[in-house]
Design a protein around this ligand. Structure first.
Ligand code: SAM
Length: 439
């Protein structure tokens, strides 16, 4: 492809992403390239490189264009990125050509706007904070509330690339064995700092093709997610319910903690997600898990009221803690989405709580960094359910620093994990409840 055709394709891909704001950017890119098989590997990398650079600087590039009274369009965002990265305006202008596979020549005012950006850097001290940090305006105060003075450090960490964390499946191997087996295939892993089962590789290594992955000795799972599973304190012989199990990431970890004994029910409202767990459970050699698809008017839950020792609610959430993996997600979630999620999370907690036995525990978790989805939800739940109380987890697989907490939060800069939150709530044993009422 000639350079002007690459620019035109980058602009088309960005426009396709803008036209599908609900779809993850990498999914849009995959279908874009699938439909254009004539685009070879080198061109594809160049196109994706520019598009991802534009996405990482979206708000700042928009600020520069608006400053020059130019529209914030895919066509100009690409050029602005090239100019602010140091390319001469004359060279950038050459990419804006006429023809079938080109985007049309720069107009005079566009050229002038680019000239005004020449020799400037992407960051500028006059930018408002939300622009500088590449955040939607509505999220800035919410993240300030969470992080206070650590905001900039944490946002920087959230904007970086996540490492590839693995959980060693102790049903099949111990951590040292799994680490050696990976090394034999050229995959050199470090121990993760907090989880007793974690191994950390550089991102994008081809781990799924390795023998330890294929035979279930390791599973891909962020260390933060491993710690949330550990927080449940699930142990052999317990009856455990994973209420929002999805494709079973935490179900697998809990089955391992239970040494394949006791019983886990993995529930979800999404059949495709639950189906996604089947292969993973088989690969891991797990056989104490039953799956259940939750449906409207389901009698299943009624029959099992107050019967589980542990109920994990890994709630659907804004996913603000996972931006390292989904850099475009920060602009996909809206304030309205958050309001809807808050209602959903509270309703799920209320339904799931009915399944916890007296003296049993509900563990509420999110991969969100927002107080509204985390501590606020927990306190509102406790106000609605005086028969529950916060208790320290005392879970043996947690590191000492977290073990005695009843609520934990993990963040990318401080803990080198995705952002996670977890709270442990016990249904007050009935005798205690009577004592409290009498007192
Ligand atoms: C954060 S994801 C779960 C991830 C999973 N626990 C893991 O570790 O891989 C949240 C899940 O909640 C499910 N969900 C959404 N609404 C639900 C509801 N009303 N009841 C139960 N699950 C629900 C979604 O389908 C999604 O799979």
């Amino acid at each position: 492809m000639i350079p002007s055709a690459r620019l035109a394709a980058s602009i088309d891909l960005l426009a396709a992403m803008e036209a599908a704001p609900r779809k993850p950017a990498d999914a849009v890119a995959n279908s874009f390239f699938r439909e254009r098989r004539y685009i070879g590997g080198g061109d594809r990398r160049a196109i994706s490189g520019l598009v991802w650079d534009v996405m990482r600087g979206w708000r700042r590039l928009g600020w520069w264009l608006q400053k020059q009274n130019l529209p914030v369009s895919a066509r100009l965002l690409c050029g602005a990125r090239l100019v602010l990265d140091g390319m001469a305006v004359s060279a950038v202008a050459n990419l804006y050509a006429e023809g079938r596979y080109a985007t049309g020549v720069l107009e005079r005012h566009e050229w002038d706007g680019f000239i005004a950006m020449q020799d400037k850097s992407l960051d500028n001290p006059d930018m408002p904070k939300a622009v500088r940090l590449e955040l939607p305006d509505w999220l800035l105060p919410r993240l300030e509330e969470t992080f206070g003075p650590a905001l900039e450090t944490e946002i920087k960490a959230l904007s970086g690339e996540a490492p590839l964390d693995l959980r060693v499946n102790t049903l099949r191997a111990d951590r040292a064995e799994a680490r050696k087996a990976l090394a034999r295939e050229g995959l050199h892993a470090e121990l993760t700092p907090h989880s007793p089962w974690g191994l950390r590789l550089e991102s994008r290594l081809p781990v799924t093709a390795s023998a330890p992955f294929r035979d279930g000795r390791v599973e891909i799972q962020d260390e933060g997610s491993q710690l949330v599973a550990a927080l449940t304190g699930a142990s052999p012989e317990m009856r455990v319910l994973d209420y929002c199990a999805g494709a079973g990431g935490k179900t697998l970890a809990m089955a391992m903690m239970m040494n394949n004994r006791g019983h886990i029910v993995a529930c979800d409202v999404s059949e495709p997600r639950l189906d996604g767990a089947v292969r993973r459970l088989r690969r891991a050699g797990v056989h104490n898990v039953e799956r259940h698809l939750l449906g409207a008017g389901d009698k299943w839950a009624k029959r099992r009221a107050k019967s589980f020792d542990r109920v994990l609610v890994d709630a659907p959430c804004s996913g603000t803690g996972t931006w390292r993996r989904n850099p475009d997600a920060r602009f996909r979630t809206t304030e309205t989405d958050l309001a809807e999620l808050l209602v959903k999370q509270a309703a799920i907690m209320d339904r799931a709580a009915a399944l916890v036995r007296p003296g049993g525990r509900m563990i509420y978790a999110t991969c969100s960094l927002l107080k509204a989805e985390n501590t606020d939800q927990v306190h509102a739940f406790l106000a609605r359910h005086p028969d529950f109380r916060l208790v320290p987890s005392e879970a043996p697989d947690l590191p000492e620093a977290l073990r005695h907490e009843s609520m934990i939060s993990l963040t990318p800069a401080r803990d080198e994990t995705d952002g996670f939150f977890g709270a442990v709530m016990e249904r007050i044993p009935e005798q205690d409840e009577a004592d409290t009422a009498q007192a």
